[in-house]
Write a protein that binds this ligand. Sequence first.
Ligand code: AHR
Length: 674
Amino acid sequence: MSTRLCVPVRWMRRRARSLSLVAAGVLGAAVPPAWATEPVVIQVDAAAAKPISPDLFGIFFEDINYAADGGLYAELVQNRSFEYRPTEQRGWNPLTSWDLVQRDGGRGALHVDAGRPLHPNNPHYAVVDVQHVGGGVGVSNPGFDGIVVRKGAAYDLSLFVRQLYVERRWGGPPFGADDAFSLTAQLEDAAGAVLGQTTLSYSGTDWQRVAGAIVADADCDAARLVVLFSTQGGAAIDVVSLFPRETFRGRANGLRKDLAETIAALAPKFVRFPGGCLVHGNGLPNMYRWKDSIGPIYERREQPNLWGYHQTLGLGYFEYFQFCEDVGAKPLPVVPAGVSCQNSGYTAGRGQEGLPMAEMAAYIQEVLDLIEWANGPATSEWGAKRAAAGHREPFGLEYLGVGNEEHITPAFEERFRAIEKVVREKHPEIVLIGTVGPFHSGPDYDEGWRIANALKLPMVDEHYYESPRWFVENLQRYDKYDRAKSAVYLGEYAAHDEGRRSTLRSALAEAAYLTHLERNGDVVRLASYAPLLAKEGRTQWRPDLIYFSNASVRPTINYEVQKLFGVNAGDRWLATTVEGAASADVAVSSVQDSSTGAIVLKIVNRAVESRSLVVRGAALAAGRATCTVLAGSPDAVNGSDPAEDLKPTTTDIAVGPSFAYEAPASSLTVLRLE
Ligand code: AHR
């Protein structure tokens, strides 16, 4: 890309420099040049409207930055199935996060075994060997950096257990199916004080699931779960699980309520999952295979997460689809295109690998099975599995991504074409989304588009992470896209400011870009910021849209922008022009929501001073409009002191076929005319 700055950028820089000199007292009081005080004229022409995608703004969910396990997925126990491996993180093993507990003279040992697993997909389990009962022998688990419990809240515990098959100490027969045992599970604070407990009974020496509830009698941000046995011999345990009773929409195996509510507030029209690079995986065995992620959690095939940790797949396809339904969004699953990630080499040195062509027919059937699972009747083979999981009605899958920003090699192309051919033949109703590499231009982009054009793909997935300046210099990118070719899903984007901070500057660059996505909403049908979630202290990628800890949720300013666009989306773009000498930093779009008739103007002013605007349009009925403004210093960042966070404020203003509006410095304004 050329390093020459375009005129508006040079002007912005000069302007910012002179303003800071004024602020520093180096220059005299600013006398704005005449052109800067002339109003910017915004003309809204409803007669020249065009339909735009009603699904434009959605979200990209990937299990990166502990977004799923330890994040949105509400499971509180870490390594619940004893499947952590040394290949996932240095020092990890099946007993990571588990410690032996020996109370009041109790004596025992803890080891991992694989001799009589609960399920072949879940090979390891823990054995608590109780040599001397004392006050109990068992295990403790601190969750993901401490378990947050709240006074009065209920926590649902479940685990699989079987008594060890040992001779009774007094020489009697071994334990049998009729023998009864009990275990005690408790939540404890760091000092060992019990915050709540339950006692569960079980019998015999075969695996069985036991469950109960613990009600906390105090708050604690760093509790641990302790499971104690008091029978000589001990027990084997697996899938030790603890969920807050209160999950998002009260779902079993559900999602963390505060985080899910923060996501739902974005009013996403679609949810893309499960990634990102996670989809194609770190080498072929690590591809995300959707069938591994459905069914009872103890049958799911856990696996390494290419972002350097572990995926239980507890948040699997059923949970993703259910979440989409719960938030009124369309599901957008992305399946691997039969090749692994080209960056797989960082652990294995292999780079992109393709499934053997001999396996492709079976793999393509797997993709067809997904469509049947989502949309088939409950009487179909895969629809029956969906129904058995609790969703008899089809989910209504419309979009399906195949591949994620692959290096477009011959191996990729051969496999992608094979999948595309069968899926589109058998399911012309599905919008198949291809991939055009990891950047906005370059060889993979060109090659991806070559394939898209040759196959007349319904849609392609573009990705780019760039500076705020790149975004404002490329506002016109989609104006020139050929409407006869594939539509665009802008599947991953974010403006990365210096220091990878989520500043108002980056948020306004994104906001300006979004106004142009609306303008081009006939060709750009879907768009999602990436990544969505990041856990503080467990982050592999910056910036992200929403940061969180175990006890709090911290949306960025960029989140506020996404939310304003999400809740103020439309399905018709009203032709809008912006003119005037001081219009370089102003970006505007006008949309209409045909279900309510509301007209929404989104006005971005990136200048560091306010802008006088005159808004004209015969369709703008005289009355009052709600006026929501997000404004502040371009360097503002939310999070260090939540009391100081930049949040939008709402008032109302008089509007009509011609009205004046002063757009504050560095601001996004949303004017909503009902
Ligand atoms: O969003 C983070 C990563 O960026 C995604 O996994 C990948 O698709 C892209 O490179």
